[in-house]
Design a protein around this ligand. Structure first.
Ligand code: SF4
Length: 417
């Protein structure tokens, strides 16, 4: 699940952008029939003689066979997707960004709605950021939406509304790393640019029985992806490779018996497909306890604030609150956070609900309290904007997912009265 899949009440987490910024080698340059990948992988395993024989028989990578068999399978079994073979690079770019860390079935309704609201790059460039984030609400990784908005403005202003075709220009756009650039250029313009997304990592790690976790072998995975990429049909080849990972070479239950690469797959021939790709040991996620304030004023309005642009969930609206400190009660935490963030005094009342959420790097438990505004005009000390709104106006603002659950509970409570 994406790191921003759930709401948070704190903006102290920094997100590091990790995108490769090196130019890719053209497909086929490394892609000869003499690729040493399987042999290289074999040397680091403790391999029985019979397994060694199997691996040796698979060296080198038979790229021509791999291309032909994958494309043949794709022509029969490839998925029909709304952005596939789309004539507009804008639609392809939107889909590639939405598909980062996100499954196709989740993306489909968002893509449809997005294209209705922002059908062109110009319409996106001119939109208000709140409207952009509202269309992204619930999809997670909100930096993607902010970057789409910024990139649309760059394309409108600097490229006359035309999506650039040069790899380096595309890679320089906000929110676009090497694999996204490769995916857009191959899909939109049939350029020979490789991809290494999550599905592709898994497929290539199994194909070559990669002897390290993918994160520790990215250069090797790029070499393999460039090697197998069909320079005569990069668009279909990359789409086919993604479909293979999404539909047959799945994480838990790969359908090897009907896989077009079965005869060449080192993991299948070794019987190690369920053990690959190798995984890195993960430390347990830190757990943060958060106090959240739903603050009403005398007019029956609720206080919300907009998170700063930079950082987790930047630009989204939320109910104020923050992290519990050692020795503090939850009620004291809520009052302190509201005072620090907004410089107002509140009365903290009963707890409304408790919510658990998991991010990529930590988990949170949100303790939500009903609060009453006492004194002070809310200040934007740790946020970009504050507003008093009616309960029925909350739907107009983009909120993190957990805050959406709070809103649902407030509406249900109001309806029951
Ligand atoms: S044979 Fe199995 S493990 Fe190998 S690529 Fe195909 S589905 Fe994946």
């Amino acid at each position: 699940m994406p790191e921003e899949k759930a709401g948070s009440q704190k903006r102290r987490t920094k997100k590091n952008k990790a995108t490769a910024k090196t130019s890719p080698t053209k497909a086929g340059r490394v892609g000869t029939e003499k690729s040493p990948s399987v042999k290289a992988a074999a040397t680091a395993y403790t391999i029985k003689p019979i397994e060694r024989a199997v691996l040796d028989s698979l060296t080198p990578l038979p790229v021509l066979d791999l291309r032909a068999s994958l494309l043949k399978w794709y022509s029969r079994c490839g998925r029909t997707l709304p952005w596939r073979n789309h004539p507009d690079p804008y639609a392809i770019w939107i889909s590639e960004i939405m598909l980062q860390q996100t499954q196709v079935k989740t993306v489909l309704p968002y893509f449809q709605r997005w294209m209705e609201h922002f059908p062109t790059v110009e319409s996106l460039a001119m939109a208000d950021q709140t409207a952009v984030l509202k269309q992204w609400e619930g999809l997670g990784y909100y930096a993607r939406a902010r970057n789409l908005h910024r990139t649309a403005q760059i394309i409108a202003e600097e490229y006359g509304g035309q999506f650039p075709r040069s790899f380096d220009e595309v890679l320089a756009l906000p929110g676009i790393g090497r694999t996204t650039a490769g995916g857009i250029l191959s899909s939109a313009f049939n350029q020979s640019t490789a991809i290494v997304d999550g599905n592709v990592k898994r497929v290539l790690a199994r194909l070559t029985a990669l002897d390290r976790p993918p994160a520790k072998a990215m250069d090797r995975l790029w070499e393999i992806s460039e090697a197998v990429l069909d320079p005569d049909n990069p668009r279909d080849f990359n789409q086919a490779l993604m479909d293979l990972g999404a539909t047959l070479c799945t994480a838990k239950n790969p359908a090897c018996l009907i896989c077009p690469w079965r005869s060449h797959c080192a993991a299948y021939n070794l019987g190690t497909q369920l053990e690959l790709p190798m995984r890195e040991a993960k430390a347990p996620l830190p757990h943060k306890i958060i106090g959240v304030a739903v603050i009403w004023n005398d007019q029956g309005k609720i206080l919300i604030d907009r998170r700063p642009q930079k950082g987790l969930l930047g630009g989204l609206w939320e109910f104020p609150g923050g992290k519990l400190e050692e020795g503090e009660t939850l009620e004291d935490c809520v009052a302190r956070e509201v005072q620090e963030e907004l410089a107002i005094e509140i009365e903290v009342g009963e707890k409304i609900m408790t919510l658990d959420h998991a991010y990529t790097h930590f988990k949170v438990t949100l303790n939500v309290f009903r609060c009453k505004h006492l004194t002070g005009e809310p200040q934007t000390i740790e946020c970009d904007e504050v507003r008093w709104v009616e309960l029925n106006e909350l739907d107009q603002f983009p909120f993190p997912k957990a805050n959406g659950q709070i809103i649902d509970a407030l509406k249900a409570e109001a309806a029951a009265k």
